[in-house]
Design a protein. Structure first.
Length: 158
């Protein structure tokens, strides 16, 4: 909705793109001005809606033109839409995380069930176990390729 960077023409306020964070700047004396805008999104949202309503009611009495009031309204609508999208994305992320956790638990249970079956099967070799990246049995001889040089592979436990 907003192209690139937008800068308000009013003195001492800079609007940063997409974040819509108003940053107070130093006044003419070089002192930092206090920030009157709420930091919390929920409180800022309510404050901004009330500000816009007041500006609409008293715009001409405050020395604002219809175009200036329209600009404030456009920024407020953009902020409100962005906040709604953020809230929806945050809720969707929570739901996706819960779904992922459930799927991971199901995956863990299923994998463990079949690994127990594979491990208990007498014909399963350590080579197959290594390929599946599961624990190898200690009583099977190492294949010649994995045995230390100059040694003979002998099954352990015989």
């Amino acid at each position: 909705m907003f192209p690139g960077f937008l800068f308000a023409y009013k003195k001492n306020i800079r609007i940063v793109p997409l974040s819509f964070a108003c940053v107070p700047v130093n006044n003419d004396k070089g002192e930092r001005m206090p920030d009157y805008l709420p930091r919390s999104d929920n409180i800022f949202d309510e404050w901004f809606r009330n500000f816009l309503a007041g500006v609409k009611r008293q715009g001409s009495k405050l020395g604002l033109t219809d175009d200036e009031i329209g600009e404030i309204g456009m920024i407020q609508r953009s902020w409100s839409d962005a906040l709604d999208r953020h809230r929806a994305a945050r809720q969707a992320a929570r739901e996706a995380a819960a779904c992922k956790k459930t799927a991971r638990q199901a995956g863990d249970q299923t994998i463990r069930k079949y690994v127990r079956m594979i491990q208990a099967r007498p014909a399963t070799t350590n080579r197959q176990r290594r390929e599946l990246k599961i624990a190898a049995q200690k009583d099977e001889a190492l294949p010649p390729a994995l045995a230390p040089p100059g040694t003979h592979t002998v099954p352990i436990g015989y």
